[in-house]
Design a protein around this ligand. Sequence first.
Ligand SMILES: Cc1ncc(COP(=O)(O)O)c(C=O)c1O
Length: 192
Amino acid sequence: MNDKPLLYPEAIKRVQIDLQRAMTDWDFLSGVSGDGPVREFEKWFAGVAGGKFAIAMPNATSALFVALMASGIGKGDEVILPGYTWPQTLTPVLLTGATPVFADIDADTVTISPESVKRLISGKTKAIIGVHLFGIPADVIALEKIARDNGCILIYDAAQGFGAFYNETSMNHGPQRTTKIYSPKQWRKKWG
Ligand SMILES: Cc1ncc(COP(=O)(O)O)c(C=O)c1O
């Protein structure tokens, strides 16, 4: 059994101080207007993700929903996603009113099959969601080519992909993505 504390005393003290301050300084815990730990985390995260900005969200489901909404996806659009994934890759698609279209997975990597995605592209396809499952990256090179060739938005559900590498490329990097961090799972990107 692991007898190490999950949170060290210094970390607990810091959380207590931050929460105390947040009781009177309402902006403190905002990543937008505050200068507290959320802002600090977003800056650090943008750095490791190689991006200009990072926006902290309550969970990966709402981060995916915001990515879809920011991409203008809604009723009448089709979104291709893998048939085998965490259920909340699908929920945000349904919330936008778009039609989910399920692609096969690759037998070796269990991530979305680019060949299947190609077959499913239609005039209504607006976005493709690649999922890095169990820390195994989706075939980002093939997916980016398909998205580019067909004018589709590419979003990565990287809720389980933080820290993963595809060849030499970190899955933390890319034009835009959303991530979640918790143990033992840990990360999404949109072709803009
Ligand atoms: C691949 C994947 N996508 C989405 C989610 C939803 O994440 P959350 O529970 O943070 O909304 C999870 C949760 O583990 C996940 O593994």
